[in-house]
Design a protein around this ligand. Structure first.
Ligand code: NAP
Ligand code: MG
Length: 496
């Protein structure tokens, strides 16, 4: 029991709030004890070797304390040339291997991710700010699962597409965001390699470290040189990769704004393109739902990973008869979430990934209030002075025209709205330029199927939320992008 945080409560009052609030039923701190070795600087991984970048370097920081973890090389045009040339040179050998041999390499990578799981989880949390329980229980196991799953396809491609002769697309340029750094790298690399392609991967600027560890794993398992190349850097590095004439396919996960730039840049070329972009996903709660279960799903759907989730359920539509009950329960549950040290195993919400992203979230919080929505801030956590922090909150009194109901915030902020009939729920949920995911909470099976068929979303979760599996295709409608990742559909994107 933690007794050292009660000084801010009046003597004699019995405070039963959660740990972060400093009540008597607090958890003791449970810091992760594994120390991870981080070099002072990292170069690029090209042609099977680490080497310095031609450009300058930049710092990657721990967003929970603003300490610099390492200096990362910034790849310029000439580095991209080298990486693409290495991938091109490796292509005939890699695509010419029997599928079963490619599969063996993918199995080895998967096993090595499992063996180094704890190190990868700690590193992911230090570099990106997400709670250790998420990197440990979600990101790293799913990354391994993606390699295992695609290892299984490598020698069965002709069964995936009967009657066709599947051939790799060629050299793939892959660009990923900072919210699931290792997992997004796995989503991109595993299917590409299974299908016989070679890759040049660019991680996000704020979270390069686990992608570089994955490069190290590629070395350890003896992956032929040039099959996977990792080039670190900022937007210009990504842009150089997109515009390189010898790249056959671009696979991009990130914001809709950058997705549009890439779509334009590749439009007049022969490059294949898949885009996994932003979202403003709805969670719809009917009056016949199991309300406590729905609350847990909604909470996980938006506050998981500080809301840094493309498919975050950032709009919740509640049937009018249960609006007051749901609002009260949301309030109570939010009050019990623990915000703080991401390396503490009890932490529910860690740090915001960067000061820039924190600025974006704060801007939306201001706009929400200025446009007339009512902000609820029930979480009592006291967050550290250093680092980038945003406590979970939600807004009621939100109109469909409000900015916070329309734009992606990518933070722990929920917009609560109401509806009366299923038709109204559908039209309000679909009233968005995005179409990545949706959730429906009801006890009635017929309503579930009816809603699922009418929602414009790549994924519809029913009485659950944020469930991911490599066997299941994932991707968006409308401005959430096109192309699918995962499952048989995801393979198709990497084959001619
Ligand atoms: P972002 O700003 O679009 O960046 C994504 C990646 O693109 C980063 O590696 C970035 O480099 C790079 N980049 C930036 N400008 C570029 C350009 N002009 N050409 C080529 N590459 C460029 O997105 P983010 O802020 O990292 O990630 C958050 C967004 O990703 C959200 O909108 C979220 O919804 C979306 N997302 C979607 C999915 C999905 O599956 N649909 C999954 C995860 C995230 P820097 O890091 O150096 O800027
Ligand atoms: Mg960082």
């Amino acid at each position: 029991m933690n007794t050292n945080t009660r000084s801010d409560h009046p003597t004699g009052t019995l405070d039963l709030r959660g740990a972060s609030g400093g009540g008597i039923f607090d958890y003791d701190p449970a810091p992760e004890s594994v120390k991870v070795k981080i070099d002072d600087s990292y170069g690029l991984f090209i042609d099977g070797q680490f080497s310095g970048a031609s450009g300058s370097s930049f710092a990657t920081v721990n967003p929970s304390n603003e300490e610099t973890l390492s200096m990362i090389g910034s790849a310029d045009g000439s580095d991209i040339d080298r990486a693409v040339a290495a991938a091109r040179a490796a292509l005939p050998g890699w695509s010419g291997l029997p599928g079963i041999v490619r599969g063996k390499y993918l199995y080895r990578i998967a096993r090595r991710i499992q063996e180094r799981a704890r190190e990868l989880a700690v590193l992911e949390t230090m570099d990106g700010g997400k709670p250790i329980k998420e990197s440990r229980d979600v990101d790293v196991p799913l990354a391994a699962a993606h390699f295992f799953y695609h290892a299984g396809w490598a020698d069965k491609l002709e069964y995936a597409f009967p009657g066709k002769k599947p051939e790799p697309v060629g050299v793939c340029g892959q660009i990923i965001p900072w919210n699931f750094p290792l997992l997004m790298a796995a989503w991109k690399i595993a299917p590409a390699l299974a299908c016989g392609n070679t890759v040049v991967l660019k991680p996000a600027e704020t979270t390069s470290l686990t992608a570089l560890r994955l490069a190290e794993i590629c070395q350890e398992v003896g992956l032929p040189k040039g099959v996977v190349n990792v080039v670190t850097g900022a937007g210009e590095t990504g842009s150089a990769l997109v515009n390189h004439p010898d790249v056959n396919k671009i696979a991009f996960t990130g914001s809709t704004a950058v997705g549009k730039i890439i779509a334009k840049a590749t439009a007049a070329t022969n490059k294949r393109l898949t885009l996994e972009l932003g979202g403003k996903s709805p969670n719809i709660i009917f009056e016949d739902a199991s309300i406590d279960q729905a609350i847990e799903g909604v909470i996980g759907g938006i506050y998981f990973n500080q809301g840094h989730v493309c498919c975050a359920g950032s709009r919740v539509f509640v049937q009018e008869s249960i609006l007051d009950t749901v609002t009260q329960k949301l309030n109570d549950r939010l009050a019990s979430l623990r915000v703080g040290d991401p390396l503490d195993k009890n932490t529910d919400l860690g740090a915001i990934n960067s000061s820039e992203q924190l600025g974006t979230i704060n801007k939306y919080l201001d706009i929400g209030g200025n446009e007339g929505a009512v902000r609820h801030d029930p979480n009592p956590s006291s967050v550290p002075e250093k680092g980038y922090w945003c406590k979970p909150c939600f807004f009621t009194g939100v109109q469909p025209s409000h900015t916070i109901a329309r734009e992606e915030i990518f933070g722990p902020v929920l917009a609560v709205m109401s509806f009366r009939t299923p038709d109204e729920a559908i039209s309000r949920a679909n009233n968005t330029p995005y179409g990545l995911a949706a959730g429906v909470w009801t006890d009635k099976g017929s309503k579930i199927f009816d809603m699922a068929s009418k929602l414009d979303a790549g994924v519809v979760w029913l009485n659950t939320y944020n469930q991911f599996d490599p066997t299941s295709p994932f991707g968006g409608y409308k401005e959430s992008g096109f192309g699918r990742e995962g499952g048989r559909h995801g393979l198709a994107a990497y084959l001619k």
